[in-house]
Design a protein around this ligand. Structure first.
Ligand code: ZN
Length: 156
């Protein structure tokens, strides 16, 4: 999925969690939590040249993109757990969970693409779906998610 798609999935996951499982966010600032979920939903793509998140990180982005193969380690459960655990012990449980949630939202987006994603990297197993990245179908799905978000904002 592209930037906007990932961002929308991140928002949807945040809204659903915030409304139904908000216990995990206890003690955290909800605005920071929201930003962390969004950051998580974009962060794995720092491993690809030209992505928005890669550009945002500037020099650090270049290092990450040279160091890691696209949809490799930075799209893996091992990375997700390490970085979320670090945030959890440095900041708080709520922030660690928020980042982890965002990272999984990213996998939802990539997992429906044809290229798929190796969540259990270094294992070869791929989670994949029928969607071509940047296709019209992706735009439709993104629009659908957008509508769901708007509905949730009205009714929750
Ligand atoms: Zn990705």
């Amino acid at each position: 999925m592209l930037f906007h798609g990932h961002l929308l999935v991140g928002m949807l996951v945040f809204l659903l969690t915030y409304n139904f499982f908000d216990d995990i966010f206890t003690g955290g600032n909800i605005f920071v939590i929201f930003l962390l979920v969004l950051l998580g939903s974009l962060l794995p793509d720092i491993d690809e040249k030209g992505t928005t998140i890669n550009k945002w990180f500037g020099f650090i982005g270049i290092i990450f993109q040279k160091l890691f193969k696209h949809r490799g380690f930075l799209h893996s459960l091992i990375f997700f757990l390490i970085i979320s655990f670090l945030v959890k012990i440095i900041f708080s449980d709520a922030y660690g969970y928020a980042l982890l949630l965002g990272l999984f939202a990213h996998i939802l987006g990539d997992g429906i693409s044809k290229m798929g994603v190796r969540l259990f990297y270094p294992l070869k197993f791929r989670i994949k779906g029928p969607l071509r990245v940047g296709s019209f179908a992706e735009v439709l799905i993104s629009f659908f998610i957008f509508c769901v978000i708007v509905l949730l904002l009205f009714f929750l």
